[in-house]
Design a protein. Structure first.
Length: 340
């Protein structure tokens, strides 16, 4: 199994295999609105998960997330996919309670023992999150695909969406950018061993701090940064909140050593698809920075919008929790994103 390269069996890589934003708009355009009084967050919100009211002050958070291999080791693939899927519950301020697996496997190309390693990695992450991997569904498919359906709970006061931002709010990010670029380098056998370990460390770090965010009144809006990159998910936050945004380029964290791969243009195709979809709404991009601003993050960090007067208190809480955060910009009364 040590010589196995899972990424050879798929055309995409992690969240970089997502449908292009413009194509997704066409797909979702066919969904007519339906009225369900207890459905608080549905597909029209473009949020990280659906939210359904179970009863007074009890909300169910439900999400599904899956993708093709981002790394070659099946155990690590399972860990990353599980961490990524559970993140959607954390990105709503919720607490995950249960997961189900989603598996497509080319049984004529890859042995069942390899799929078992994927599930073992996922189960270990679920154990870390304190939830059962309670079952799931599998099919025989042309490419390996794995992910989870995850359910979580929140109270009314804990729920955070991408639409709660306010003009003047400060924007924070909890993980550095560059996962998609490192994954592209790995697929082309050009990643260094230290950078592979960085990739694994970042993508298997649970965004469990999101549950704490749900308890902080200073946190107004929340989302995670995944396949549409920082620009795409920030624009979704702005659209849902009725704001624009300013980003300070020098403050945006990048994975150490990323420039080596940027210089070689080792990019996932989703970078270009994202820029084509969002670039017209972004001002101030003058060079290659679009490559990491549009980089599809797999199991990326949380993007947090907080009260502009609460920065010191927020950063103290994060330090006490052992959570790294970077203040990267603010929400504004304009439209689109201004880069400075």
């Amino acid at each position: 199994m040590s010589s196995l390269k899972l990424t050879d069996f798929s055309s995409g890589s992690g969240c970089g295999c997502k449908i292009a934003p413009a194509v997704l708009d066409q797909v979702l355009a066919g969904l007519g609105k339906r009225h369900f009084p207890n459905l608080l967050v549905g597909p029209e919100h473009r949020d990280d998960a659906a939210v359904y009211r179970l009863g007074p002050d009890q909300l169910l958070i439900a999400t599904t997330d899956f993708f093709t291999p981002i790394v070659n080791d099946p155990y690590d693939f399972g860990r990353i996919a599980a961490t990524n899927a559970i993140s959607d519950v954390y990105a709503m301020g919720g607490r995950p309670i249960m997961a189900l697996s989603v598996l497509a496997w080319p049984t004529n190309k890859l042995a069942p023992e390899i799929a078992a390693e994927v599930l073992r990695g996922a189960q270990e992450v679920c154990d870390e999150a304190g939830i059962p991997l309670a079952g799931g569904h599998s099919i025989d498919g042309p490419e390996p695909v794995f992910g989870l359906c995850v359910n979580g709970l929140a109270s009314d006061s804990q729920l955070r969406t991408n639409g709660g931002g306010r003009q003047g709010d400060l924007l924070y990010l909890t993980k550095p950018l560059g996962v998609g670029i490192l994954a592209a380098a790995l697929k082309k056998d050009k990643i260094s061993t230290p950078d592979l370990y960085r990739l694994l460390d970042i993508t298997t770090q649970l965004n469990s701090i999101g549950t704490l965010f749900g308890d902080l009144p200073m946190v107004h809006a929340l989302t995670d940064v995944t396949g549409f990159g920082l620009l795409g998910h920030l624009l979704e936050m702005c659209a849902a909140s009725g704001t624009g945004a300013e980003l300070e380029l020098a403050k945006i964290p990048l994975i150490p050593g990323l420039q080596v791969y940027l210089d070689q243009f080792l990019l996932p195709d989703q970078v270009y698809r994202n820029w084509n979809a969002f670039g017209a709404q972004v001002q101030g991009v003058t060079g290659a920075e679009f490559m990491y601003l549009c980089d599809p993050q797999t199991s990326g960090g949380l993007l947090v919008s907080i009260d502009q007067h609460a920065a010191h208190s927020f950063e103290q809480r994060m330090q006490a929790a052992g959570q790294a955060v970077w203040q990267i910009g603010r929400l504004t009364n304009s439209t689109g994103i201004q880069i400075s």
